[in-house]
Design a binder for this molecule. Sequence first.
Ligand code: ATM
Length: 255
Amino acid sequence: MTSKNKPEKNLKLFNFPKDGKASKNVLNKGLLITFEGGEGSGKSTQCKQLVNKLVDDGVNSILIHEPGNTPMGEQVRKWIKSKNIKNPIAETYLFCAARAELCKSVIEPALDKGITVIVDRFIHSTIAYQGYGKGVSIETINNLNNIAINGLSPDLTILLDIDPNLSTNRINKNINIELSNFSDKKNKSKRESFEGNKYENMSLNFHNKVRDGYLEMANNDRSSWSIVGAHQTQSKVADSIWKRVKRLIESHKIN
Ligand code: ATM
């Protein structure tokens, strides 16, 4: 595999990308692999590594994140990150609306074309954050999720599990680096929006509830979930993910 076949670094997926194209696709049906976990669990890094490995292994793949990757999804991301939404139900609707758009315009068509889709956060984020974290009824979320995904369901969900005490340290380190980049006047608004990121500023208690929610969902459905300890080194985490994904790929390969 040459580097030309590797996904481009800056993935912008408002329509079908040329990134993620393997020389020969070994699957005739795309798989949906979702990543879940708290902030600071290293999800984004692991998602990028996985998509590279998949392409090297002959699996056409794209990487997307929620909310995002549609014009509407990007607006929802901006809104969620910077505005203080008072009602968790309103927040739930926003995430599910962005998800509905993403499923219809990116995920479904990609899977139909035999492209494997890696998603950084999906349905279980809403259950963990708005449900377990903020008390929205799980039944309501399941209903909205089902409307949004319209029959799609992940072939595998990888939970990067980390103690929020540990991830908070990681996040604070990153925040300090980011803030030092926004120290001049020109970047005042960026700095303010970063400092005001309400999710990262939520209490440890909230992040513990989110983690417990994730673990409960994963432990109740071990065949669809893989729990990986995100306190380990990046390469150990990547190895565990790859072993699990490889098994999934092998069971779907064209003979
Ligand atoms: P990322 O920064 O991890 O991409 O996610 C944005 C935030 O949106 C994330 N924050 N934290 N901590 C989790 C949150 N989120 C929800 O609360 N519900 C959802 O359904 C999704 C997709 C994300």
